[in-house]
Design a protein around this ligand. Structure first.
Ligand SMILES: *Cc1c(COP(=O)(O)O)cnc(C)c1O
Length: 380
């Protein structure tokens, strides 16, 4: 059967039939207990097999062109449970150095405890990742576009290197969302999302997901029932509702973000704009080849970096809150939030200056966002 379009799949794939009342949406099953004499295996939320979990994982797997998926209580629970299903004491993992702060924290704080070694690659060149592979390497893990500089890594090349060395490739696809990028299409084995961001989209859900082939998902379940990080049924139901509007939300965010990136690029008080959809982006061609849309995330540097705070404070519509991917526009200063624990010297080296602001573009009317930015620029 021909695969349906992404908007149709976002609404209908995986949905549960309401056989009792013929309602239009999936019923919510809050139950934690099910008859063990019935079908095998017994349903239980921590086994990842309750109706609402199964419905939602089918939907997200479909959007990512994967066979199967698993839902977790947070993005980090998905990342931890997935990685630790494939690694053990004595193993080694190759990571991109510019990962989401929480992932970096997980690596720094927990890996040594389990005697797992790692290399952080400070480059976007796939050959550098190949050079970092050791005899005991099990996973290559990247994030593209990256946070907060929107760097782009070649997914196809990373997948190929992993295959050639019999390793597992893993990508955090949170920034792109399944609407803008499908890493599995390029041969990536494991795709994770913080569903707290675009998939949820309304800043009211904490969740995570991994999608892959049936075999790998089975392996992840085996370990994850011991880690206990599954999603709650109510959250799964809310997330299913959210995803029905994911394609139109993300399309609106893509459009607004491109216009804002162009607007900021022309502004004399802005030193630099990082957005993969700008031709000036160092990896614009690569982004164009592996992304369907360029996304709603961008970052920019205020020329007078001492004024970045004042600029943010003066914004009236755009909120200064810590998360991203919501329908509302938000701005954060990475030097003060995600990278506050990194020394200033190191931050500058990584390109995270005090004047850098990360912008998660929402779906408000573009003109209102431009006016909000304009009036805040006038105050600095
Ligand atoms: C937020 C985020 C995470 C972590 O997700 P939580 O839902 O906060 O646990 C992981 N990766 C990226 C890129 C994120 O933005």
């Amino acid at each position: 059967m021909k695969k349906k379009g992404i908007k149709t799949r976002s609404i209908h794939d995986g949905e549960l039939k309401d056989k009792t009342y013929n309602g239009a949406i999936s019923p919510l099953y809050l139950g934690t207990v099910y008859d063990y004499l019935g079908e095998e295996p017994m349903k239980y939320p921590r086994y990842f097999n309750t109706p609402n979990q199964l419905a939602l994982s089918k939907k997200i797997a479909s959007l990512e062109n994967c066979e199967n998926g698993l839902l977790f209580g947070s993005g980090i629970a998905a990342i931890f449970s997935t990685m630790f299903s494939f690694i053990q004491s004595g193993d080694h993992v190759v990571f991109q150095s510019s990962l989401y702060g929480g992932t970096i924290n997980l690596i720094f704080k927990e890996f040594k405890k389990f005697n797992i070694d790692y290399t952080l690659v400070e480059s976007l060149e796939p050959t550098e990742y190949e050079k970092a592979i050791k005899e005991n390497t099990k996973i290559i893990y990247v994030e593209t576009p990256s946070n907060p500089l929107l760097e782009i890594i070649d997914l196809q090349k990373i997948a190929l290197i992993a295959k050639n060395h019999h390793l597992i490739s893993m990508v955090d696809n949170t920034f792109a969302s399944p609407i803008n990028q499908n890493p599995h299409d390029f041969g990536i084995d494991l795709v994770v999302h913080s569903a707290t961001k675009y998939l949820g989209g309304h800043s009211d859900i904490l969740a995570g997901v991994v999608v892959s082939d049936d075999l790998k998902i089975k392996k992840i379940i085996e370990s994850s029932i011991n880690y206990g990080g599954n999603i709650s049924e109510l959250t799964a139901w809310m997330l299913e509702r959210s995803i029905k509007t994911l394609p139109i939300r993300v399309k609106a965010q893509n459009e607004n973000a491109l216009m804002i990136a162009k607007f900021l690029d022309k502004n004399s008080k802005v030193e630099k704009v990082n957005y993969p959809g700008l031709k000036s982006h160092p990896n614009y061609d690569l982004a164009k080849s592996q992304m369907i849309g360029f996304g709603g995330m961008l970052s920019f540097v205020i020329k007078n970096e001492g004024k970045a705070d004042l600029f943010s404070k003066n914004l009236k519509i755009i909120k200064t809150v810590g998360s991203l991917g919501g329908i509302e526009s938000t701005i954060t200063c990475p030097a003060k939030t995600s990278h506050s624990k990194v020394t200033r010297e190191k931050r500058i080296k990584y390109g995270i200056s005090d004047g850098l602001l990360r912008f998660s573009v929402g779906i408000e009317d573009y003109q209102d966002l431009e006016e909000d930015l304009n009036q805040a620029f006038k105050m600095i």
